[in-house]
Design a protein around this ligand. Structure first.
Ligand SMILES: [Zn+2]
Length: 364
C-alpha cells in the first residue's frame, strides 16, 4: 500500500522542517539500490525510510552524504605552489609547506580553510577528518572556522600534532595525526585515536609505524604485499588518497589487493593545496584507475559506510535513526543499468541539493 506524507508546520524558531523524499536511492548498511524508496526526516534525523512509494513527497534520486576521511584544509592557501615538486620537498620537515605555513598570516590560513570546507559542502561532504598542523594554535584556528559552519551541518574531527617536542596538544582535539614514522618522537600511547602517514613514498615503514600502536593508517600506496597482509591480519583500516599520490608521481594504492586482503578502505582527498576536497572527484579517480578489478559499489562504500564506522559518525547510511545527511539529485539520475557506477562517474557534474543535519545546506 502506498504511504502518504503530510508535512508538519514549519518551525521558524529552530529553522527546522520535516521533509519527505521519494525515488531511487541506496538504502541501509549495504547501500542496497532500490528503484523506488522513501526517506522521511524530522529535525536532524531520518525517522523513517524504506522501499516503496510515498505520496506528497519530493521526487529525487537520493544518496547518503559523504565523509572525507583525510584532509589538510590548512594548506588550501598554497594551491599550485607545489606543482612539479616531490613529496619530500613539499611536505617533509622544513620543506616548502612548513616554510609557507609558518610565514602565512592567520587570516590567509583561515580564508583557505573556509574555501576548502566550501568545496566539501558543494560536493556533498558532511563530515571530514583533518590532520591539523601547528599544535594547539593550529587546532584552535580550525575550531574557530568550524563554528562558522556548524549551522550548515558540517562536522569535523581534528587530529592534531605537537608544534614542538612535548607540547600537550592531545586534550584539545580528537586524536593524533602523525606526519610520519620519523617526524615526531613518542614512545607511549596517548589514550586517544592515532593515525599515521605510512608507506607513502616508499615501502618498509609499517613495522616502525606499528610501534606507535596506530588505530588507522593513511596511504600504504607504496606498501609491499607482505605489509598489506600484516595490516590485514591486524584488522587495520587504511585511508587511501589516490589523487594525492598521482600529484606527487607516487605509486597508486593497490585497491584490488587491499580489498582481497579484507582491509576496510576509506577515501580521503589529502592536502587541499594539491587536490580539491571533492569526494566525487576522488571516487571517480579511484574507480577509473581500477574499473576492471573493483566495483563502483566498493568505491562508494569508501566515501560513506566505511569512514562512518572508522570515525563513529552517525551518517553515511540511509537508515532510521541516522543523521539526515543526504544528497538530493534529479529523480532520473540513478535510473541506469549500474547506479553505483553512475554515482561515482557522474555525480561531480550534477546539480544537487544537500541536506545536512535535517536542514537544506546553503553554501557560497
Ligand atoms: Zn595527509
Amino acid at each position: 500500500m502506498e504511504k502518504s506524507y503530510r508535512p508538519k508546520s514549519y518551525d521558524f524558531y529552530n529553522m527546522m522542517e520535516n521533509q519527505a523524499f521519494t525515488g531511487p536511492m541506496f538504502l541501509g548498511k549495504d547501500l542496497e539500490y532500490v528503484e523506488q524508496g522513501y526517506v522521511i526526516t524530522e529535525d536532524n534525523k531520518i525517522i523513517d525510510c524504506g522501499e516503496g512509494k510515498i505520496s506528497g513527497a519530493k521526487k529525487h534520486s537520493i544518496i547518503p552524504a559523504f565523509i572525507n576521511a583525510h584532509t589538510h584544509v590548512g594548506d588550501h592557501f598554497m594551491r599550485e605552489k607545489c606543482l612539479g615538486m616531490t613529496l619530500e620537498s613539499a611536505c617533509a620537515k622544513r620543506g616548502i609547506k612548513e616554510n609557507y605555513m609558518s610565514a602565512a598570516s592567520e587570516y590567509t590560513i583561515v580564508v583557505g580553510m573556509k574555501a576548502a570546507i566550501c568545496e566539501m559542502l558543494r560536493t556533498g561532504t558532511c563530515c571530514f577528518t583533518d590532520f591539523r598542523e601547528g599544535g594547539i594554535h593550529g587546532i584552535n584556528l580550525l575550531k574557530k572556522v568550524l563554528m562558522d559552519f556548524r549551522y550548515r551541518g558540517m562536522r569535523a574531527k581534528i587530529f592534531g600534532r605537537p608544534l614542538y617536542h612535548g607540547e600537550n596538544f592531545i586534550d584539545d582535539c580528537d586524536g593524533y595525526g602523525m606526519r610520519s614514522i620519523r617526524a615526531e618522537k613518542i614512545n607511549m600511547r596517548l589514550g586517544r585515536t592515532l593515525g599515521i602517514h605510512v608507506c607513502e613514498s616508499k615501502p618498509g615503514e609499517l613495522e616502525k609505524a606499528l610501534e606507535f600502536k596506530p588505530d588507522f593508517l593513511v596511504h600504504m600506496n607504496s606498501a609491499t604485499p607482505e605489509e598489506l597482509k600484516k595490516a590485514a591480519s591486524l584488522n587495520m583500516p587504511i585511508i587511501i588518497c589516490p589523487r594525492s599520490n598521482a600529484y606527487f608521481s607516487l605509486s597508486q594504492p593497490d585497491i584490488p589487493a587491499m580489498l582481497n586482503e579484507g582491509i576496510s578502505l576509506s577515501l580521503g582527498t589529502d592536502n587541499a593545496m594539491t587536490n580539491t576536497a571533492s569526494m566525487p572527484s576522488e571516487m571517480e579517480y579511484a574507480y577509473r584507475t581500477n574499473m576492471k578489478n573493483v566495483s563502483a559499489k566498493e568505491i562508494l562504500k569508501m566515501a560513506t559506510i566505511n569512514p562512518a564506522k572508522l570515525f563513529n559518525w552517525n551518517c553515511g547510511i540511509i537508515e532510521k535513526g541516522k543523521d539526515a545527511n543526504l544528497i538530493l539529485l534529479d529523480e532520473h539520475f540513478l535510473k541506469t543499468p549500474d547506479p553505483y557506477a553512475t554515482t561515482v562517474l557522474r555525480l561531480q557534474a550534477q546539480k544537487s541539493q544537500m541536506m545536512f543535519g535535517g536542514k537544506f545546506a546553503h553554501y557560497y
